[in-house]
Design a protein around this ligand. Structure first.
Ligand code: COA
Length: 178
């Protein structure tokens, strides 16, 4: 018999399994691309901890509370499956502390692959019992990023359809003042 590749991954078909996943990102702000990934992951995993990462290389426009509020308000139907946390350390340590065995990531274009490949392998080395699961971003959102949305909004462009309506309104209000 071949040895299992992973340590404590949940077994499909096990009625007692309760798979917890983390979905990490800066989410400054959440886009419809992120929401699509999140909805699809919610169909597979019992509980998802949306993890607002403190990335020292980024200067967020929105506070952690605002970022969480946008995501929560965009997905009211999933309230019982979703949790929200922020963290500033190693993702795998956070995932372990949450009892998560899965890291959810989205892949937009080929350019994302190399980074995600390194990220997944490093995380797996650090925590063999936690695996990464990738979702191909919906074709309508494969060019979208939070920075691009902010840039377009800051220059007076229309971001309707790229972000939830509350985010579009908040961006318009911020940039109207500047
Ligand atoms: N739709 C739209 N936009 C998307 C997207 C999607 N499906 N997927 C990603 N993006 C965008 C994001 O909005 C982000 O845009 P921005 O750069 O304009 O802000 C960009 O693509 C990059 O996303 P991502 O790779 O998820 O970066 P991030 O900063 O949001 O998150 C962390 C990266 C925080 C998850 C990662 O650095 C981390 O886990 N750090 C913790 C420290 C750690 O454990 N390090 C060791 C790792 S091996």
């Amino acid at each position: 018999m071949t040895a299992p590749l992973s340590g404590d991954l949940a077994k499909p078909g096990d009625p007692a399994k309760h798979v917890v996943a983390v979905y990490p990102g800066t989410f400054d702000p959440i886009t419809n691309g992120h929401l699509d990934i999140l909805r699809r992951a919610l169909a597979l995993f019992d509980r998802i901890v949306v993890t607002i990462a403190v990335n020292p290389r980024k200067q967020p426009l929105f506070t952690v509370e605002q970022r969480i509020g946008f995501i929560r308000d965009a997905l009211p139907e999933y309230a019982s499956q979703l949790a929200f946390e922020s963290f500033g350390g190693l993702l795998v340590d956070f995932a372990r502390a949450q009892g998560a065995t899965v890291i959810v990531r989205g892949l937009r274009a080929l350019a994302d692959f190399e980074y995600e490949f390194q990220f997944a392998h490093m995380n797996r080395r650090l925590a063999p019992g936690i695996d990464s699961v990738f979702f191909m971003t919906d074709e309508r959102n494969h060019y979208v990023s939070s920075s691009l949305v902010k840039e377009v909004a800051s220059l007076g462009g229309d971001v309707t359809g790229l972000v939830p309506p509350a985010v579009a309104t908040a961006l318009a209000a911020i940039y109207a003042k500047q």
